[in-house]
Design a protein around this ligand. Structure first.
Ligand code: SF4
Length: 106
């Protein structure tokens, strides 16, 4: 058997050396807001979660973290202001662009 395991990690710290999760706006909000049953991308539940993420100072850290480690089979809820389908599209685009000759992976 020839198995290859790829592990991707991202930094959990900011430039100031602090864990970026300390500054996450969602830490101050009911987690249910980010796991609505209705994932209509323009519906009120998703819009409410997106509004919180839009003001979050660590959104980029959050996006990089989820892109590096999210299990596609367990993709659920709003993270970094994106629905599961939107994150899947970002992930697919990233894989696609990194597969092009001369492309540099982020
Ligand atoms: S961007 Fe990420 S860390 Fe910030 S509120 Fe949204 S889910 Fe939480």
């Amino acid at each position: 058997m020839n198995a290859t395991t790829t592990t991707t990690t991202t930094s959990t710290t900011t430039a100031t050396g602090q864990d970026w999760r300390r500054d996450a706006m969602c830490a101050e909000v009911d987690p249910e807001v980010f796991y609505p049953l209705d994932l209509d991308p323009i519906g009120p539940a998703v819009t409410a979660a997106r509004g919180i993420c839009a003001d979050c100072v660590v959104r980029l850290n959050c996006l990089l973290d989820v892109m590096a480690g999210e299990d596609p089979a367990r993709r659920w809820g709003i993270t970094a202001g994106l629905t599961p389908d939107e994150r899947a599209a970002v992930f697919a685009g990233r894989r696609s662009s990194s597969a092009r000759p001369g492309a540099v992976a982020a």
